[in-house]
Write a protein that binds this ligand. Structure first.
Ligand SMILES: [Zn+2]
Length: 136
């Protein structure tokens, strides 16, 4: 289901809770909502559709990957960059890592590990920040 995008900074500033198997539908809603905003959006966190759970979606080119309870387990190469966000206006300066390794649960609740660099790595870091209430 396509959901409304939350732009309430107070809500977005709150920490999300661990996701469980009962939250799989939230992952599907993220897919639908990202699809509906594809022209201006490459990733989202669940709180951006009003659900304070640790779930993100990241566009990886031809596919979108939903990550439940994502955690950065390794990172390398800090650099400064600028980012925008669907929930905010304009772009802001931030620091990101060039390469990361992220662990998460997939739709089958299997633990996955993925190494990423550059653009997809940046999106994952941006969305994981949302889970801790950090907006860029
Ligand atoms: Zn954002």
């Amino acid at each position: 289901m396509v959901k409304q995008i939350v732009r309430d900074v107070f809500f977005l500033g709150q920490k999300s809770e661990p996701a469980t198997r009962d939250d799989l539908q939230v992952g599907r809603d993220l897919k639908d909502t990202l699809n509906a905003n594809r022209d201006r959006c490459v990733g989202m966190a669940a709180n951006m559709i009003g659900v304070k759970k640790n779930i993100i979606i990241v566009n990886m080119g031809v596919i979108d990957i939903v990550m439940f309870n994502p955690v950065l387990v390794w990172k390398r190469g800090l650099y400064e960059t600028e980012e925008g966000c669907l929930s905010l206006d304009g772009v802001r300066k931030t620091k990101r890592y060039q390469e990361i390794e992220v662990e998460y649960f997939d739709f089958n609740w299997k633990k996955q590990k993925m190494k990423l660099k550059d653009w997809p790595a940046q999106i994952v870091q941006h969305e994981i920040d949302h889970l801790s209430g950090r907006v860029i």
